[in-house]
Write a protein of this length. Structure first.
Lengths: 168, 772
């Protein structure tokens, strides 16, 4: 048995016919080829599969694809304004060595982008609290916190619109 | 003793080419931050099927029957493979530290008769999708007859303990003795002898990406390709060829993006045979992506050791002798590492101090738990905990300051190269270079240890207790003797480095590009680094033991210098200018100072008769020994048992930095893992051998809330004399002494001697209870 679904993914209308049990993470990865969303634990702890649903960070391994019907989904592939450019967060992660293996990075980027939209000038504690649902085994987190704070500073200074970059 | 080599100077200033010594941003990052990486779970082949592995739910049991017909009848199922389908003599060999007798404890890729840990493969289901494969796995009926379990290595040593492997004289898979000097005499002449039992709990690497493989058999060619290789692709190609009875040239292993290794990923596991075997049987590409439950039960565990240790010292704190009975719980089988981990603990136990006498008896013991292997700073994390904890106990008993006690025994600068009097896998342990006391002094000043102690001594109210601890240690770097590189420059001036090393996410591409930049004379961002495809790279030893920068870097340097020499010779003739007046640039070779005089790369390649192409091979039988010191300040809540790390600091001498930013990243990330091992992570089992930590709800990786800012001092006071770059490898020093330093800090806070890790709230409660 399959169910027809229609949703918006990274600004484009997407249709699919899926088994009700198909996880949203697997739908994005296997049906749409958006493999930037990674699956690290399949039980909602590690945060690697974090996407945004109607602008809110959610675990795509804890949702069925059918639950996303009619909703707006953003994945890491939609973060940068174009393939040639990087989103300010991506740029700061690169400059501050905020990633090593990069497996957890897409989920962290999606979580932090949502944080900066709601809290444009976060304190280090606010960054740490927002980041505490994402596991990273390589970096020890310090450079991630630094990169997020630096992004906030740059956006405040340059007035670069995070909202537009992430939600085309 | 050891062959000493000269440092080779760079050909261009580091800042001009972002070469050795600069914090060059990583070449690896762009696809990874864009979500355009290709990890093995992202990789697909036409007609690809999916595997689910059925694993033993019992820790020790006999398989009395397997019924697969219901599973086979499910639509979308292609095959169900069981142990009896495999050639009966297939055993995964040791690739390191083999000891006689250990071969009796090797693991078959799939259990045939007896399972020896919960998580051992029993059957593989192949289906159109992973969803269907898991449905079918539920339909496979397996009858088990439970056998008595042994979960404690010391119990397993008893003569009447249940025997795990038939035909073996005991549960001891490996037994060895190392040491030097007259230990009995040392203990007889001591003013103080301490005897302790110290324990390190079972925990593991747990990279965030689980393991996975895609295997494809080309029947017409008679060849096999496996994507998802890591760490040691060439070594594993050889192992797979031997197990299949094939020529190596018929097998290709390909590394994709790798989501963390830390010693555990990339070893040859049962699945590295099973999935190719199934692909050949089904004649279809097959993907297997481990889930987290499997990962926590099947990937190598590590660290679980018991040390019955005693130390003999003089009243003035001078060390006389050290004795250790080391028992390593290696789980159900001996895997690829053989005796590597406990032998490394024994070899490095003396640490940075002078010991007139040392004796260590090592036993590697099988139990009904997941087999064990290496995890970042293998053997050293354990040995550093044991030795440095013991030294603090000595300091407390003698009334000597812990820093001062160590200072009185640190090896002096003039003893290097220093024979530590131990051996590892047939090689003498010879510390190449070191200025230990200098690092101690610099670290104490840099981290303001006096202020840490003043903070500790401030009066505090309520349930909080403050403590400061330290640990000094020697690391090791650069195993596996040799490495390969090839540097090519083509007609467009594109530079490609081919390296036999591997990426586990550590930044090896950037680092090798920087080495090439410094010795070829071209900016690092114009250089791309290829690795991990055995069809493209003829040989290689991979990435482990902090070796890639040392041996891989030296090999790149040799190849880059040869390319440069050839390029400059041709350009010199063409431009009628001396080679030393020339400079390599994007468009070609130019004359320094008058850069309009140039010869294009296309012309140079034409003159050369083709792409410039030089190979470099670097060999070194001996290891480098970086060294460091950790300081920790903690606050222990005696009501909750919680520990807050108020300050954590690492001083580390790496010989020479290739990329300071990346080294600091390695130290910070390594320290975070060390904190996990010291405070949170533990593979516990119930009395039947059922794992109690098979999800991230129970196996607690540190989050950002548990990892404080790590203060770091990286020094270059003792360049490595074993390689022309002077580098020692920097991957493991952040982890090496965290258990030791935090245990010492907690002991200081509570006034009770910690003897076991992890420092969980339960343990803290026990420690406080025992003190009342």
């Amino acid at each position: 048995m399959t169910v027809d679904i229609s949703l918006e993914v990274n600004g484009s209308r997407v249709q699919g016919s899926v088994e009700p049990r198909l996880l949203l993470a697997d739908f994005l990865r296997d049906e749409l080829g958006l493999t930037g969303t990674h699956v690290g634990c399949e039980h909602g702890v590690c945060g690697a599969c974090t996407i945004q649903l109607d602008g809110e960070p959610v675990r795509s391994c804890l949702m069925f694809a059918v639950q996303a019907r009619g909703h707006r989904v953003e994945t890491v592939e939609g973060l940068a304004p174009s393939p040639e450019e990087l989103h300010p967060l991506q740029q700061a992660f690169h400059e501050h060595h905020a990633l090593q293996c990069g497996f957890c990075t897409p989920g962290i980027l999606m979580t932090m982008e949502a944080l900066l939209r709601v809290t444009p000038a976060p304190t280090p504690e606010q960054v740490r609290t927002a980041l505490s649902g994402n596991l990273c085994r390589c970096t020890g987190y310090q450079n991630i916190v630094t990169a997020v704070l630096e992004t906030a500073r740059r956006l405040e200074r340059d007035g670069s619109p995070v909202e537009q970059a992430s939600a085309p | 003793m050891i062959p000493l080599v000269e440092l080779v100077p760079d050909v261009e200033p580091p800042t001009e080419v972002m070469g050795i010594g600069t914090s060059a941003p990583r070449l690896e990052d762009r696809p990874l931050v864009q979500g355009r990486g290709c990890f093995v779970g992202d990789f697909k082949r036409p007609g690809m099927l999916h595997a689910a592995i059925i694993r033993s739910p019992y820790a020790h049991a006999r398989i009395t029957g397997i019924e697969v017909s219901a599973a086979m009848a499910l639509e979308g199922v292609h095959d169900v493979v069981v142990g009896a389908d495999l050639p009966s003599d297939t055993l995964i060999p040791m690739r390191q530290f083999r000891v006689p007798g250990a071969e009796l404890f090797l693991q078959s890729p799939m259990a045939r008769d007896v399972v020896r840990y919960s998580g051992e493969p029993v059957a593989v289901v192949i289906a159109d999708s992973r969803y269907i494969a898991e449905d079918a796995a539920e339909l496979v009926e397996i009858d088990f007859e439970e056998l008595p379990v042994v979960l404690d290595a010391e119990v397993a040593l008893a003569a009447d303990a249940p025997r795990l492997h038939q035909g073996t004289p005991s549960n001891v898979a490996g037994d060895m003795v190392i040491g030097h000097g007259d230990v009995d005499q040392a203990f007889a002449s001591a003013d103080l002898v301490l005897e302790e039992v110290l324990r390190i709990q079972r925990h593991a690497a747990v990279p965030l990406e689980t393991r996975g493989l895609v295997a494809e058999f080309d029947e017409a060619e008679g060849s096999l390709t496996v994507w998802g290789a890591a760490k040691i692709p060439h070594v594993n190609k050889g192992i797979l060829a031997r197990l299949l009875g094939w020529e190596e040239r018929r097998i290709r292993l390909v590394e994709l993006h790798v989501g963390g290794g830390f010693g555990a990923r990339g070893e040859f596991y049962p699945e590295d045979y099973l999935i190719p075997f199934c692909a050949m049987r089904c004649k279809r590409p097959i993907a297997w992506i481990e889930d987290r439950d499997e990962n926590l039960r099947a990937m190598n565990h590590s660290r679980e050791q018991i040390h019955h240790v005693s130390v003999a010292v003089r009243a003035d704190g001078k060390f006389l002798g050290l004795k250790d009975e080391l028992i390593c719980d290696t789980g159900g089988y001996i895997r690829t590492h053989g005796m590597t981990v406990p032998a490394m603990a024994a070899a490095m136990m003396p640490g940075p101090y002078e010991w007139p006498a040392y004796h260590c008896h090592v036993q590697s013991v099988v139990t009904n738990k997941t087999p064990a292997g290496t995890y970042r700073s293998p053997g050293r994390y354990e040995a550093n905990f044991v030795r440095e904890r013991l030294l603090d106990m000595v300091a407390h008993r003698l009334g000597i300051d812990p820093v001062e006690l160590r200072r009185r025994n640190l090896l002096a600068e003039d003893v290097f190269p220093y024979d530590a009097g131990t051996t590892y896998d047939g090689h003498d342990v010879i510390f190449d270079s070191g200025k230990y006391e200098l690092l101690l002094d610099k670290s104490i000043e840099c981290f303001d240890v006096d202020a840490m102690r003043r903070w500790r001594d401030e009066p505090v109210q309520g349930p909080l207790r403050r403590g400061v601890g330290m640990a000094f240690f020697v690391e090791k770097a650069g195993p596996a003797v040799k490495e390969y590189a090839r540097v090519e420059v083509g007609a467009t001036g594109e530079v490609v480095v081919f390296s036999g090393t591997a990426s586990v996410g550590q930044g090896v591409e950037t680092v090798l590009a920087q080495v090439c930049a410094s010795h070829l004379g071209i900016p690092y961002e114009r250089i791309s680094v290829k690795h991990g495809d055995t069809a493209v790279i003829p040989e290689g030893m991979g990435a482990f033991g902090s070796r890639a920068a040392m041996l891989g870097g030296a090999a790149v340097m040799l190849a880059a210098r040869d390319v440069r020499e050839h390029v400059l010779k041709l350009a010199s003739d063409e431009l009628e200018a001396a080679p030393e007046d020339l400079k390599l640039a994007a468009g070609g070779v130019v004359v320094r100072g008058s850069e309009s005089k140039r010869v294009a790369w296309s012309r140079l390649v034409e003159l050369n008769g083709g792409t410039f192409k030089e190979e470099g091979r670097y060999s070194c039988e001996f290891l480098g020994y970086p060294y460091g010191v950790h300081f920790a300040a903690v606050e222990v809540d005696t009501e909750t048992g919680g520990i807050e790390i108020k300050k954590y600091a690492v001083g580390y001498d790496v010989g020479r930095c290739i990329n300071p930013m990346l080294i600091r990243g390695q130290i910070t990330g390594g320290a975070a893992q060390g904190i996990g091992g010291a405070l949170y992570e533990e593979f516990a089992f119930d009395p039947n051998g059922q794992p109690l930590a098979a999800s991230f709800m129970d196996y607690l990786l540190p989050t950002v809330q548990e990892v404080p800012k790590i203060d770091i001092l990286v020094t270059e006071d003792a360049p490595c004399p074993l390689n022309p770059l002077g580098v020692k490898g920097a991957g493991e020093g952040g982890t090496a002494a965290v258990g030791a330093a935090l245990a010492n800090a907690v002991s200081d806070a509570l006034g009770v001697e910690v003897t076991a890790l992890p420092l969980s709230p339960e343990r803290i409660a026990q420690l406080i209870g025992g003190n009342q």
